[in-house]
Design a binder for this molecule. Sequence first.
Ligand code: ZN
Ligand code: ZN
Length: 248
Amino acid sequence: MWYVYFLELRNHDIYVGSTSDLKRRFRSHQNGDVVSTRAFSPVTLRSYIAVGTETVARSLEKYFKSGSGKAFARKRFDLSLSRHPLPSLGDKTLPPLAGHCACGSVRYRLLSPPMFVNCCHCRDCQRQTGSAFVINALIEADRVELLSGTLEPVAVPTESGLPHVIHRCRACRTALWSTYNGRPQVRFVRVGTLDDPAALPPDAHIHTRSKLPWVVLPEDAPAFEVFYDPQALWPKASLDRRRAAEGG
Ligand SMILES: [Zn+2]
Ligand SMILES: [Zn+2]
């Protein structure tokens, strides 16, 4: 049985921009086992850190109870650690990872945190969305549960010439997710379709060479002119997940 551990922090004061800092910090301290972090939500005053092993979860718990952990969180906070079997996480304890299309006929939920979140500023994404960028949460296809509705795959041309298929609601044509390079095992879920898009802040900004000039990124946000080396940037647990999903 595969488990994921959620460390939930309540009523703390970690600012939104610190999730990448949080991740970097734990990656270096914990050998890359932090699966994902959730942005501090000013509405619920909650953050989540998801990790793949109990050892790491316990050591994070210990860190947050220590002086430096308390200093990092800036004020008193409540902490709880919970373990969830995959792929049947209970809705009540999950961060809000459900989403839907504009007309509401397609509904889905993510059964675990994604492996990585990219914010792409390339011209293809700008054109396809009619906007400044797209935010994609990369997750195994079998961890996206379709609750209702029907999707229609639409192939689009790409600059690279590699396949890109956008999956749209058959009724209202909202794009819910994409698959790339003929690898349907990994979905690029459009974060804007989540009920709480703030729950999945970008882990990296890519193709920033075509970023619109008035889009200003946080100073500590990992940003790349074109792309990055996943081996260097992704947490080890995420690299393992991707390898497993793509069949080695
Ligand atoms: Zn729809
Ligand atoms: Zn793009």
